[in-house]
Design a protein. Structure first.
Length: 351
């Protein structure tokens, strides 16, 4: 094993621990060595580029990650066969980034291409196929095609339970997704036990500080909030925020949704000063990492404007609403924006 491969493996370890500065240093050194040995267009630099993309996603640098993955895909499409699993991994990761940027049609096309390739090689009940179907269901869900999403996630759940066992963290992830689908359809009594089971599985198998756990905590808080169980919801939101800050730092896109949910709940409770402070913090993160015209950021601005109207600060609210209209128009004219992604879901294997 040469030095470049060793450094790349070390970089992957640092990435999995969210130590992105160390990961970046090791990865760039590995990439430089491999490029000197074989040239910048050789297929042997592809694993280092995969790692670099994972680091950029971890830091919230989604545009850079996409450029890197497009470069890797081009390298692999020139050299390996269409059935090569490393090409499928790259295309899946690229689909994941497209989804995260709000480019849902592109994401669906990539996922379906990978499913077609991998099902021919592995059959339709392999856990790897389940992983890709899981991501495709997320596209359906965010497009509000809930019936499609539920059918796919139910299928994925069967695949994972049969192949990995009922207590595997992948099972927890799918239960979490199904729970949020029920939440989005106001099926709160169905959502809560799914999310509680997801939380128990992920905590037991991955530890209390894993992103799967914080996702389940946040989502459980949202179900409780929808039922006006504010004390329970706030406890879950704040617990998730504490873990995210400990894991990622005080300014990271992982914070965006958790802080936004907490701000909304505080507004509902008429705790306006606390809500405003969280909106401002949340929007600062959202604009920095996700882009000012990303749909969820625009929704957060709209919610903040509603708060300002409640506080009779109508001039401030009007200025924000005018800016929202301008950004909507820019986005509709073809200016793609960014959105939060759980970087740990990116497939990135040491080669």
């Amino acid at each position: 094993m040469n030095l470049a491969i060793t450094l790349n493996n070390l970089s992957n370890l640092h990435t999995n621990e969210a130590q992105f500065d160390r990961a970046d240093t090791a990865c760039r050194r590995a990439l430089a060595i491999q490029s000197r040995l074989f040239g910048p267009e050789d297929i042997r630099i592809a694993p280092m580029l995969d790692t670099l993309a994972a680091i950029d996603i971890g830091r919230g640098r989604f545009a850079q990650a996409k450029q890197t993955l497009q470069r890797v895909a081009a390298l692999r499409e020139r050299v390996v066969s269409p059935q090569d699993p490393t090409l499928s991994e790259t295309l899946t990761n690229l689909g994941f980034v497209n989804y995260s940027q709000g480019h849902y049609a592109e994401a669906e096309t990539l996922y379906r291409r990978v499913i077609s390739i991998r099902e021919r090689a592995l059959g339709n009940s392999h856990p790897e196929i389940g992983h890709i179907w899981n991501q495709l269901a997320a596209v359906y869900s965010i497009e509000k095609q809930y019936s499609k999403a539920e059918q796919v996630w139910t299928r994925v759940l069967r695949i994972y339970q049969a192949s990995l066992g009922p207590e595997h963290p992948e099972v927890g992830t799918v239960l979490n997704n199904l729970g949020m689908l029920c939440y989005n359809e106001s099926r709160f009594r169905e959502a809560e036990p799914l999310l509680q089971r997801a939380l128990a599985i992920c905590t037991k198998s991955l530890g209390p500080d894993h992103p799967c756990v914080t996702a389940a905590l946040t989502n459980l808080g949202s179900v409780e909030r929808a039922q006006r169980r504010y004390q329970e919801a706030e406890a879950h939101y704040r617990r998730a925020a504490t873990v995210e800050e400990k894991t990622y730092g005080a300014e990271h896109p992982a914070f965006f949704r958790t802080l936004g949910n907490l701000a909304e709940m505080l507004r509902e409770q008429k705790r306006y000063a606390d809500a405003e402070a969280l909106y401002i913090r949340c929007l600062k993160i959202g604009e920095k990492f996700l882009g000012p015209a990303q749909p969820e950021v625009l929704t957060m601005w709209s919610n903040y404007a509603e708060l300002l109207r409640t506080l009779h600060r109508k001039d401030e609210a009007r200025r924000i609403e005018a800016r929202i209209r301008e950004l909507h128009a820019a986005s509709a004219s073809g200016d793609p924006q960014r959105f939060e992604v759980n970087w740990r879901d990116l497939q990135n294997r040491s080669k």
